[in-house]
Design a protein around this ligand. Structure first.
Ligand SMILES: [Zn+2]
Length: 134
């Protein structure tokens, strides 16, 4: 039990060193092509999402289809690892917390469940900006 948590802690630390602290780009992100993407017409692209308050990078996110970015589904977050892994570790709404900027602590999004059953962060208008990453 203890060793499991120790390994987990070390891996989390390494991810931080590799991808965040050194500012290194993580490996190429391969966009997901599944029923959710098909339901949005098949088009998808990668976005960088930033905090408006401090300009800090919040995440790399796969946006399916056209139209406004209203929410971030957990299964579309590619980076950072701490957010990417939520899709595997969070099973229901009550386990989620707000999406918070790590640099300035601004709340960017709040937990929600979409019609198709997916967990997501409902984004607060005016608190984030986005840029195509591909
Ligand atoms: Zn911020």
């Amino acid at each position: 039990m203890t060793s499991y948590y120790l390994i987990y802690a070390i891996m989390t630390m390494l991810e931080g060193i590799l991808f965040e602290d050194c500012g290194m780009e993580p490996p190429n992100f391969k966009l997901k092509n599944d029923k959710y993407r098909k339901a949005r017409g098949g088009e998808a692209h990668l976005l960088d999402i930033y905090c408006v308050q401090c300009n800090g990078h919040l995440m790399k996110y796969q946006k399916d289809g056209k139209g406004q970015l209203m929410r971030c589904y957990l299964n579309r977050i590619f980076h950072p690892p701490a957010l990417e892994r939520l899709q595997y570790t969070i099973a229901y709404l009550k386990q989620m917390s707000n999406l918070v900027c790590l640099s300035c602590s601004t709340v960017i999004g709040t937990p929600m469940v979409y019609d198709d059953g997916r967990l997501a962060f409902r984004l607060r208008k005016g608190f984030y900006s986005k840029k195509r990453a591909d």
